[in-house]
Every structure is written in structure tokens, then in C-alpha cells.
Design a protein around this ligand. Sequence first.
Ligand code: SF4
Length: 270
Amino acid sequence: MNSKPVRHILLLSGGKDSTALAIYMRDHHPELVMEYVFCDTHKELPETYEYLIRIESYLGRPITKLAAEEGDRGFDHFLTLYRGYLPSPQMRWCTRQLKIEPFEKYVGDDPVYLYVGIRADEHREGFISTKPNITPLYPFKEAGINKEDVFRILQDSGVDLPEYYEWRTRSGCYFCFFQRKIEWVGLMETHPDKFEEAKAYEKPEEGYTWVQGESLDELSRPERAQEIREQDAKRKAQVAAKRKPRTLVEMFSGEVAEEDDGGACLICHL
Ligand code: SF4
């Protein structure tokens, strides 16, 4: 660390864990002058923008929105640079260009404590940036806070869950390739305009699709969408049948909240 004062930064993704951490830190460490930051791809769900307003209102502080660059250098600009090659779990240029780089630029060389909302019941790694001046801290891990505690924090604060939780479990861009097929169906039903916009990015004839091996055009056909709904209902029923009595998580989220992160990006999906 250099001699400059240490900045305290909490990166919000629009998801439940980073939101709960912001609430927790405000309530448990009011002495910290926390900077709340959101990396805006301009391709987020409308519910995410609404949620950020709700969070700001609880925190009583503004959330700084960082974008890739001023002007038009957003997702579409980088997509052109990458010759139309859609990002994928194997090639996540979107995360680097639209989330990590704007964040690292914002931080500069200042010494920073970065508060990361990985819970005590998770086993994933927690590096968002490997810059040496950024030191990650994991308050939930240290305090033993698990998923159920997170739901309780959100409920008690009145901030609750983002509205998209009714049909999707992760924050991030409306076209995020980490979505499950049932979540694509949810996007089609909830935001048909966004679904069409996602579809317009695909070039199936060149193999550029958001979902591996299936275009959104194919996925949206009534019989295919129905098949996906039925498969998901079956999966949920199987998980529920194995379950113990209902937990706060299930009562609060209204669903069996299975959340395999599938290697998803920490900066987008906390
Ligand atoms: S939410 Fe998904 S699509 Fe958006 S930047 Fe993150 S990984 Fe990429």
C-alpha cells in the first residue's frame, strides 16, 4: 500500500449478495466512508436500474455508475472490435471491457479495500481484480453469514430482492450467456423487447448464438419454450421433493433457489 489514504469500495452488481453486504456494512460499520460503485454495461435489466434506486434510498448515498467509456464505447463498440464474436463462458471479453477495466480505471493507483459479498456457505474464489493496490475483504465469510442470513438482511431492511428474481436468479446483462434456458424464456415473457434485441445480436449461420447449439429463434418457438418450462418444473419438483421443511430462502424467494454459479463472473453476479 502507498501513503495515500485507503479508499473503501463496495461494488454492487444489482444482485442480492452485494446488496446485502452494502446494507450490512452500513449498519455494522457506519464509521467507514464507503464508495458504492456499479459498472454499467447499459445492457442491464430495467429491474436492476430500479433496484439500484431502491438501494440508494436505503443507503442514503449515491451509487457511482461506471461505464466502459464516455460516448458510444459500450457493448456494441466492443462487439465490433471483436468482429461480432459474442462473448461466452470461454471468451468473456464483456466482463473485462465493460466491468473490470472501468473499475480499475476508477480506482487508479489508490490503495483500496474492496468489500466482496462472497458468503460463508460459498466455496468460490473472490478475485475481481489482481491489481496489487486492491485488497479484497470478505466480511460475510468472516462473520459466517450464509444465504439465509442474506435473505434476512434484505427482508429486514425492506430493500428485498430485485424484481427480476421472479424469473431469474442472477444479476447482469439481459443477454447474459450464463442464463439458464428457462431464464431466456422468462426474458421472452417479461421483456419481449429485450429478447428481440438479444436475438438481433445472433448470427446462427456463423455459429454466433447466446446459447450453445440453439438460437434464440429456435428457443422461442412455442413447443420448444413449453418443453423448457416443463423440464424446469420437473427439476424444481425433484429438488423440492428432496428438501427438508421450507426455509426462509424458499419462503422469501418464492422458489427453490438453486444457484449453481456455473463459473459465472463475480463482478457481474454477486
Ligand atoms: S453480465 Fe454476463 S454478458 Fe454482462 S458483462 Fe457480465 S458476463 Fe458479460
